[in-house]
Write a protein that binds this ligand. Structure first.
Ligand code: LIP
Length: 266
Protein backbone atom coordinates (compact mmCIF):
# COMPACT_ATOMS: atom_id res chain seq x y z
CA UNK A 1 0.00 0.00 0.00
CA UNK A 2 1.51 3.36 -1.06
CA UNK A 3 0.95 6.56 0.85
CA UNK A 4 -1.47 7.73 -1.87
CA UNK A 5 -3.50 4.53 -1.78
CA UNK A 6 -7.17 5.58 -1.50
CA UNK A 7 -7.91 2.96 1.15
CA UNK A 8 -5.08 4.23 3.31
CA UNK A 9 -6.22 7.85 2.90
CA UNK A 10 -9.77 6.74 3.74
CA UNK A 11 -8.56 5.21 7.00
CA UNK A 12 -6.87 8.51 7.93
CA UNK A 13 -10.02 10.47 7.03
CA UNK A 14 -12.31 8.24 9.10
CA UNK A 15 -10.09 8.20 12.14
CA UNK A 16 -9.60 11.99 12.09
CA UNK A 17 -13.31 12.61 11.48
CA UNK A 18 -14.22 10.45 14.46
CA UNK A 19 -11.72 12.17 16.76
CA UNK A 20 -12.81 15.62 15.55
CA UNK A 21 -16.48 14.69 15.86
CA UNK A 22 -16.01 13.62 19.47
CA UNK A 23 -14.47 17.03 20.20
CA UNK A 24 -17.42 18.78 18.51
CA UNK A 25 -19.85 16.73 20.63
CA UNK A 26 -18.07 17.61 23.85
CA UNK A 27 -17.99 21.30 22.97
CA UNK A 28 -21.68 21.18 22.03
CA UNK A 29 -22.53 19.71 25.44
CA UNK A 30 -20.62 22.53 27.12
CA UNK A 31 -22.59 25.21 25.24
CA UNK A 32 -21.82 26.92 21.95
CA UNK A 33 -20.61 30.46 21.45
CA UNK A 34 -20.66 32.31 18.13
CA UNK A 35 -17.11 33.48 17.40
CA UNK A 36 -17.87 35.67 14.35
CA UNK A 37 -20.09 36.18 11.35
CA UNK A 38 -18.63 35.68 7.87
CA UNK A 39 -20.16 36.40 4.44
CA UNK A 40 -23.54 37.48 5.92
CA UNK A 41 -25.02 37.94 9.38
CA UNK A 42 -26.58 34.45 9.16
CA UNK A 43 -23.22 32.90 8.18
CA UNK A 44 -21.63 32.10 11.52
CA UNK A 45 -18.52 30.44 12.84
CA UNK A 46 -18.41 29.04 16.37
CA UNK A 47 -15.35 28.62 18.58
CA UNK A 48 -15.85 24.89 18.11
CA UNK A 49 -15.57 25.15 14.28
CA UNK A 50 -12.17 26.77 14.73
CA UNK A 51 -10.97 24.41 17.43
CA UNK A 52 -12.04 21.32 15.49
CA UNK A 53 -10.34 22.54 12.30
CA UNK A 54 -7.17 23.35 14.27
CA UNK A 55 -7.16 19.80 15.65
CA UNK A 56 -7.58 18.18 12.22
CA UNK A 57 -4.93 20.44 10.69
CA UNK A 58 -2.43 19.70 13.47
CA UNK A 59 -2.94 15.93 13.17
CA UNK A 60 -2.47 16.07 9.38
CA UNK A 61 0.67 18.15 9.76
CA UNK A 62 2.12 15.42 12.02
CA UNK A 63 1.26 12.44 9.82
CA UNK A 64 1.15 13.99 6.30
CA UNK A 65 3.51 17.01 6.40
CA UNK A 66 3.88 17.32 2.61
CA UNK A 67 0.14 17.36 1.87
CA UNK A 68 -1.87 20.52 1.24
CA UNK A 69 -4.84 21.74 3.26
CA UNK A 70 -8.05 23.53 2.27
CA UNK A 71 -10.39 24.16 5.17
CA UNK A 72 -13.45 26.29 5.78
CA UNK A 73 -12.00 28.22 8.71
CA UNK A 74 -8.28 28.77 7.98
CA UNK A 75 -5.85 29.72 5.21
CA UNK A 76 -5.18 27.27 2.39
CA UNK A 77 -1.78 25.59 2.04
CA UNK A 78 -1.03 23.98 -1.36
CA UNK A 79 1.55 21.51 0.04
CA UNK A 80 4.08 19.71 -2.15
CA UNK A 81 2.81 16.13 -2.47
CA UNK A 82 -0.09 16.74 -4.88
CA UNK A 83 -2.58 15.52 -2.25
CA UNK A 84 -4.78 18.07 -0.46
CA UNK A 85 -7.06 17.53 2.51
CA UNK A 86 -10.35 19.38 2.08
CA UNK A 87 -12.03 19.88 5.44
CA UNK A 88 -15.26 21.24 6.83
CA UNK A 89 -14.80 20.94 10.61
CA UNK A 90 -18.53 21.37 11.31
CA UNK A 91 -20.85 21.28 8.32
CA UNK A 92 -24.25 22.46 9.47
CA UNK A 93 -22.93 25.11 11.83
CA UNK A 94 -26.34 26.73 12.27
CA UNK A 95 -27.84 23.37 13.30
CA UNK A 96 -24.90 22.94 15.68
CA UNK A 97 -25.43 26.38 17.19
CA UNK A 98 -29.16 25.73 17.70
CA UNK A 99 -28.65 22.25 19.14
CA UNK A 100 -30.21 20.44 16.17
CA UNK A 101 -28.40 17.08 16.04
CA UNK A 102 -27.69 17.20 12.32
CA UNK A 103 -24.15 18.33 11.65
CA UNK A 104 -21.02 16.59 10.40
CA UNK A 105 -17.27 16.61 10.18
CA UNK A 106 -16.28 16.28 6.52
CA UNK A 107 -12.75 15.29 5.46
CA UNK A 108 -11.62 14.46 1.91
CA UNK A 109 -8.26 13.70 0.32
CA UNK A 110 -8.07 14.98 -3.25
CA UNK A 111 -5.37 14.88 -5.91
CA UNK A 112 -4.63 17.60 -8.46
CA UNK A 113 -5.42 21.32 -8.70
CA UNK A 114 -7.34 22.96 -5.85
CA UNK A 115 -10.52 23.20 -7.89
CA UNK A 116 -13.40 20.74 -7.54
CA UNK A 117 -13.85 20.61 -11.34
CA UNK A 118 -10.23 19.56 -11.79
CA UNK A 119 -9.26 17.49 -8.78
CA UNK A 120 -9.79 13.76 -8.30
CA UNK A 121 -11.29 12.84 -4.95
CA UNK A 122 -9.43 9.80 -3.60
CA UNK A 123 -11.04 9.31 -0.21
CA UNK A 124 -13.62 10.89 2.04
CA UNK A 125 -15.32 10.61 5.42
CA UNK A 126 -18.44 12.36 6.68
CA UNK A 127 -19.03 11.72 10.37
CA UNK A 128 -22.30 12.67 12.09
CA UNK A 129 -21.39 12.76 15.80
CA UNK A 130 -24.89 12.92 17.38
CA UNK A 131 -25.89 9.73 15.53
CA UNK A 132 -22.41 8.14 15.53
CA UNK A 133 -22.79 7.57 11.77
CA UNK A 134 -19.65 7.34 9.64
CA UNK A 135 -20.11 7.61 5.88
CA UNK A 136 -16.91 6.86 3.99
CA UNK A 137 -15.50 5.97 0.61
CA UNK A 138 -12.25 5.32 -1.20
CA UNK A 139 -12.03 5.78 -4.96
CA UNK A 140 -12.87 2.41 -6.53
CA UNK A 141 -13.63 0.87 -3.13
CA UNK A 142 -17.33 1.60 -2.78
CA UNK A 143 -19.27 3.76 -0.36
CA UNK A 144 -20.04 2.67 3.17
CA UNK A 145 -22.09 3.63 6.19
CA UNK A 146 -20.00 2.11 8.93
CA UNK A 147 -19.63 -1.51 7.83
CA UNK A 148 -22.64 -1.44 5.49
CA UNK A 149 -22.02 -1.09 1.76
CA UNK A 150 -24.16 1.61 0.16
CA UNK A 151 -25.72 1.07 -3.27
CA UNK A 152 -28.36 3.48 -4.54
CA UNK A 153 -31.56 2.42 -6.22
CA UNK A 154 -31.52 3.31 -9.90
CA UNK A 155 -34.83 5.20 -9.87
CA UNK A 156 -37.09 7.17 -7.55
CA UNK A 157 -40.43 5.80 -6.37
CA UNK A 158 -43.47 6.07 -8.63
CA UNK A 159 -44.88 8.50 -6.04
CA UNK A 160 -42.18 10.99 -7.02
CA UNK A 161 -38.73 11.84 -5.75
CA UNK A 162 -37.93 12.73 -2.16
CA UNK A 163 -35.65 15.72 -2.66
CA UNK A 164 -33.62 18.05 -0.46
CA UNK A 165 -32.12 21.43 -1.07
CA UNK A 166 -30.44 24.27 0.79
CA UNK A 167 -30.30 28.04 0.71
CA UNK A 168 -27.18 30.13 0.93
CA UNK A 169 -26.69 32.75 3.61
CA UNK A 170 -26.98 35.71 1.22
CA UNK A 171 -30.62 36.92 1.30
CA UNK A 172 -30.33 38.43 -2.19
CA UNK A 173 -30.04 34.93 -3.65
CA UNK A 174 -33.10 33.43 -1.93
CA UNK A 175 -35.61 34.44 -4.58
CA UNK A 176 -33.64 32.54 -7.23
CA UNK A 177 -33.36 29.51 -4.95
CA UNK A 178 -37.11 29.52 -4.34
CA UNK A 179 -37.76 29.72 -8.09
CA UNK A 180 -35.73 26.54 -8.51
CA UNK A 181 -37.69 24.83 -5.75
CA UNK A 182 -40.95 25.73 -7.53
CA UNK A 183 -39.56 24.34 -10.80
CA UNK A 184 -38.56 20.95 -9.34
CA UNK A 185 -41.71 20.43 -7.22
CA UNK A 186 -43.69 18.68 -9.99
CA UNK A 187 -41.22 15.77 -9.87
CA UNK A 188 -41.11 15.63 -6.06
CA UNK A 189 -43.19 13.66 -3.60
CA UNK A 190 -41.86 16.09 -0.99
CA UNK A 191 -38.86 18.28 -0.22
CA UNK A 192 -36.57 18.65 2.79
CA UNK A 193 -34.18 21.39 3.99
CA UNK A 194 -32.15 19.78 6.72
CA UNK A 195 -29.19 22.15 7.02
CA UNK A 196 -25.98 20.23 6.36
CA UNK A 197 -25.01 19.72 2.73
CA UNK A 198 -22.60 16.85 3.39
CA UNK A 199 -25.35 14.90 5.19
CA UNK A 200 -27.84 15.63 2.40
CA UNK A 201 -25.37 14.23 -0.13
CA UNK A 202 -24.64 11.14 1.99
CA UNK A 203 -28.40 10.68 2.37
CA UNK A 204 -28.63 10.26 -1.41
CA UNK A 205 -25.91 7.59 -1.19
CA UNK A 206 -27.78 5.88 1.66
CA UNK A 207 -31.18 5.85 -0.09
CA UNK A 208 -32.68 8.32 2.40
CA UNK A 209 -33.17 10.86 -0.40
CA UNK A 210 -33.63 10.45 -4.16
CA UNK A 211 -31.97 13.74 -5.03
CA UNK A 212 -30.44 16.95 -3.73
CA UNK A 213 -29.57 20.28 -5.31
CA UNK A 214 -28.12 23.49 -3.93
CA UNK A 215 -26.48 26.62 -5.29
CA UNK A 216 -23.51 28.21 -3.62
CA UNK A 217 -21.83 25.27 -1.89
CA UNK A 218 -18.14 25.54 -1.13
CA UNK A 219 -15.63 22.78 -1.96
CA UNK A 220 -15.40 21.61 1.66
CA UNK A 221 -19.20 21.08 1.77
CA UNK A 222 -19.12 18.42 -0.96
CA UNK A 223 -15.53 17.14 -1.47
CA UNK A 224 -15.97 14.02 0.68
CA UNK A 225 -19.69 13.45 0.18
CA UNK A 226 -19.52 13.81 -3.63
CA UNK A 227 -17.19 10.80 -3.73
CA UNK A 228 -19.49 8.89 -1.36
CA UNK A 229 -22.39 9.53 -3.79
CA UNK A 230 -20.53 8.34 -6.88
CA UNK A 231 -19.06 5.31 -5.10
CA UNK A 232 -22.62 4.33 -4.08
CA UNK A 233 -23.66 4.35 -7.75
CA UNK A 234 -25.36 7.74 -7.57
CA UNK A 235 -24.65 10.66 -9.86
CA UNK A 236 -23.02 13.86 -8.69
CA UNK A 237 -22.21 17.08 -10.54
CA UNK A 238 -20.84 20.54 -9.84
CA UNK A 239 -22.18 22.91 -12.50
CA UNK A 240 -20.30 26.10 -13.49
CA UNK A 241 -20.84 29.31 -11.51
CA UNK A 242 -23.86 31.49 -12.34
CA UNK A 243 -23.79 35.29 -12.64
CA UNK A 244 -23.47 35.57 -8.83
CA UNK A 245 -20.43 33.25 -8.86
CA UNK A 246 -22.31 30.38 -7.21
CA UNK A 247 -21.89 26.82 -8.44
CA UNK A 248 -24.86 24.44 -8.54
CA UNK A 249 -24.37 21.02 -6.95
CA UNK A 250 -26.70 18.16 -7.89
CA UNK A 251 -26.73 14.58 -6.65
CA UNK A 252 -29.37 11.98 -7.42
CA UNK A 253 -30.19 8.39 -8.15
CA UNK A 254 -29.36 7.74 -11.82
CA UNK A 255 -32.98 7.61 -13.03
CA UNK A 256 -33.83 11.19 -12.05
CA UNK A 257 -30.46 12.96 -12.32
CA UNK A 258 -30.97 14.34 -15.84
CA UNK A 259 -34.49 15.60 -15.13
CA UNK A 260 -33.47 17.19 -11.84
CA UNK A 261 -30.45 18.84 -13.49
CA UNK A 262 -32.64 20.24 -16.24
CA UNK A 263 -35.16 21.72 -13.81
CA UNK A 264 -32.67 23.03 -11.24
CA UNK A 265 -30.57 24.95 -13.74
CA UNK A 266 -31.49 28.47 -14.90
C1 LIP B 1 -23.65 25.05 5.23
C2 LIP B 1 -24.34 23.87 4.58
C3 LIP B 1 -25.80 24.18 4.48
C4 LIP B 1 -25.82 25.08 3.30
C5 LIP B 1 -25.07 26.35 3.61
C6 LIP B 1 -23.67 26.09 4.15
P1 LIP B 1 -21.66 25.35 7.01
O1 LIP B 1 -22.32 24.76 5.61
O2 LIP B 1 -24.02 22.66 4.84
O3 LIP B 1 -26.63 23.07 4.23
O4 LIP B 1 -27.13 25.35 2.91
O5 LIP B 1 -25.00 27.08 2.41
O6 LIP B 1 -22.78 25.75 3.15
O7 LIP B 1 -21.55 26.82 6.83
O8 LIP B 1 -22.59 24.97 8.08
O9 LIP B 1 -20.37 24.62 7.08
Amino acid sequence: MTDTDPGYLESIATSLAREAGQLALVRRSEGVSIAATKSAIADIVTDADREVETLIRARLREIRPADGFLGEESDADPGTSGITWVVDPIDGTVNYAYGIPSYAVSIAAVQGPLNPGEWTALAGAVYVPPLDEMFHAARGGGAWLGERRLRVETDASAAGALLATGFGYDPTTHAGDLTRVARVMPMARDIRRMGAASIDLCSVAAGRLDGYFERGLKPWDHAAAGLIVTESGGRFGVFPPDETGRVLVIAAVPGIYERLSGLAQP
